[in-house]
Design a protein around this ligand. Structure first.
Ligand SMILES: [Zn+2]
Length: 331
C-alpha cells in the first residue's frame, strides 16, 4: 500500500480533507430505510427465475411445508432486494433522499475524486425471511481509508455497514459494502496524427505492475509466458508472486507452445464498449501446458465455437499500443 500526492492539492489541503472525511466515520447516514413491500412470494419467484434457483423451499408451498422451514422462505441473498427503493437517479434532485453517504461522495467528488467503483460486499444472515416480514435498514459509515494508490487510480475506500431488522426490530442480517471513490488514471494519449480524423478508441488498458510487467513484456516480444514454481514445478496463470501449492516465491517461466482447446466461452453483444468489435467471443482456453487463460477467439463466427475445439495462439496488435494473446481455430 502506498500514498501519492495529487496534482494541485498541497499536503495541508490533503490533511484537511482527511480530517473532514474522518468526521463522517461512525455516523448513520440517515433515518432507517423501510421496505416498500413485505417479503412476498411473487418477488421470490421472480428472483429464483432470474437466478435459475430451483430450490423448492423458495417456490413450492407444498414442498416447503414439509421442510424444516414449515413453509416458503426467501433466498437469504435477497436480503438487500427487500429494501431497495427504485432508480432514484431518475427523479429530480429535490425529490431524492438526501443522506450523509451522498454528502460524503459529493465532498470527495468536489475534492478531485469523481469516479466510484464497488469493490466488495459481505453479507451475514441471522435468520430466514418469510412472506409477511417487513424489513427496515440502517446504514453506518464504518470506515474511510487513507488515500491509496490502486490499479484504477488514487482514492479512498469507504466501508458502510447496513443492519437489516424485521417488524419486531430484531436483526435479520447485515451487509458490509466497500467502494473506492477515486481519481481515474489518465491514459497516455497516442500522438496526434496530422490528419484531422479523431483517434480511434483503444481497448481498456490492463493494470500492469511489479508482479505482471514481465508477462506483458513477453507478449510484446511475441511470447506467451507461463509462470513456473522453481521449487515444485507447478505452472500458474495469471501471474502472482507466490506458489499456491508450496508457497515458494521463487519462480521462472516457460514459453507456451500456444496450443490449446476451448474450455468455456461466452459471446458478448452488449454493452458495446468503444475499442472492441462485436460480437466479441470471450473464451477460457486450456493450454496444452495445463494452465488456462481468458482470451478472445478471432477469425470465426460465434456460432462455430465449440467446447473442446482446438485453437492456436496468435499474438496480435489490437491497436497502436497494445498486443494481446488471441486465439484462432487450429489448422
Ligand atoms: Zn511450488
Amino acid at each position: 500500500m502506498s500514498t501519492a500526492g495529487t496534482a494541485g492539492s498541497s499536503g495541508s489541503e490533503k490533511q484537511a480533507l482527511g480530517e473532514r472525511l474522518q468526521g463522517f466515520v461512525g455516523r448513520e447516514i440517515g433515518p432507517p430505510e423501510v421496505a416498500r413491500d413485505a417479503v412476498n412470494e411473487a418477488m421470490i419467484r421472480q428472483w429464483c427465475d432470474a437466478l435459475e434457483d430451483a430450490n423448492p423451499v423458495y417456490t413450492d408451498p407444498a414442498a416447503a411445508k414439509g421442510s424444516v422451514h414449515g413453509g416458503v422462505v426467501a433466498p437469504p441473498t435477497m436480503l438487500q432486494a427487500w429494501i431497495l427503493s427504485g432508480p432514484e437517479m431518475a427523479r429530480p434532485m429535490s425529490e431524492q433522499r438526501q443522506d450523509l453517504q451522498k454528502e460524503l461522495h459529493l465532498l470527495l467528488g468536489e475534492s478531485g475524486y469523481p469516479a466510484v467503483v464497488a469493490t466488495d460486499c459481505e453479507q451475514e444472515y441471522t435468520r430466514y425471511l418469510k412472506p409477511g416480514d417487513r424489513l427496515s435498514a440502517t446504514t453506518v459509515i464504518e470506515s474511510i481509508s487513507q488515500e491509496k494508490a490502486t490499479a484504477l487510480g488514487i482514492g479512498y475506500f469507504i466501508d458502510t455497514r447496513t443492519t437489516f431488522r424485521d417488524q419486531q426490530g430484531e436483526t435479520v442480517g447485515s451487509m458490509r459494502f466497500r467502494v473506492l471513490k477515486f481519481k481515474p488514471h489518465q491514459q497516455p494519449q497516442p500522438a496526434q496524427s496530422s490528419s484531422a480524423a479523431p483517434a480511434k478508441p483503444t481497448r481498456l488498458r490492463p493494470p500492469i505492475g511489479h508482479d505482471n510487467k514481465w508477462w506483458w513484456e513477453g507478449i510484446n516480444r511475441g511470447e506467451l509466458l507461463i509462470q513456473r514454481c522453481k521449487r515444485c514445478g507447478v505452472l500458474r496463470h495469471p501471474a502472482r508472486p507466490m506458489c499456491g501449492k508450496c508457497q515458494s516465491t521463487e519462480w521462472d517461466t516457460v514459453v507456451s507452445k500456444g496450443k490449446g482447446t476451448v474450455y468455456s466461452h461466452v459471446v458478448l453483444h452488449h454493452p458495446q464498449v468503444p475499442g472492441y468489435e462485436y460480437p466479441l467471443i470471450a473464451a477460457l482456453i486450456e493450454l496444452e501446458e495445463g494452465t488456462r487463460i481468458v482470451s478472445n477467439l478471432v477469425g470465426m463466427d460465434p456460432a462455430e465455437v465449440r467446447i473442446g475445439m482446438p485453437v492456436q495462439l496468435s499474438i496480435e496488435a489490437v491497436d497502436e499500443q497494445m498486443k494481446l494473446p488471441l486465439f484462432r481455430r487450429a489448422k
